[in-house]
Ligand binder design. Sequence first.
Ligand code: GLN
Length: 202
Amino acid sequence: MNRRPIVGVLALQGDVREHARALATCDVDVREVRTPAHLQGVNGLVIPGGESTTMSKLLDFQGLLDPLRERIGAGMPVYGSCAGMILLAASILDGRADQVALGAIDMVVRRNAFGAQVDSFEADIAVSGCGPEPLRAVFIRAPWVESVGEQVEVLSRVVTPTGADRIVAVRQGAAMATSFHPELTSDARVHALFVEMVRQHA
Ligand code: GLN
């Protein structure tokens, strides 16, 4: 595309500013998305970390649920970190019965899988598509991916503090998700990877 892509950040709740800051280093225009009209104008969307149940309610309240499902169904690139990963899943374990699963990625995620807030941790992990250098991954009351469908590419795994080996980054077509929060570090490689997906799609 000739012009800079417009990348939206769903701005209902969560660490919106941190994602906007990371995206701003990737040569795109960043838009906060709070309404269906905002959504119309973006070439891709980031769903931030925060609280997936709260974001579910606010998506509904803002009338964004159906427009968002439509855009994702039409192939709009979308990236979710942590709570955003939960929202993109096909199904959610340990979630609330009424919380939203957009089904953008054929995966089952387990919410709060690594334990409580106090069990938050950081790890250096390799992420496929982000080069050979390990990436500092911050896990805050994070989900993990319990299982994936055949179409899903596993981008990264982590060995947890208790020794379990878990999937923490995935991609299916134009949808990507990470359990961790690249927006909380100064390393924008995951955002750059997403922006590349947006450019290819546009
Ligand atoms: N535990 C949160 C949820 O269920 C996600 C935490 C996060 O985004 N840091 O939505």
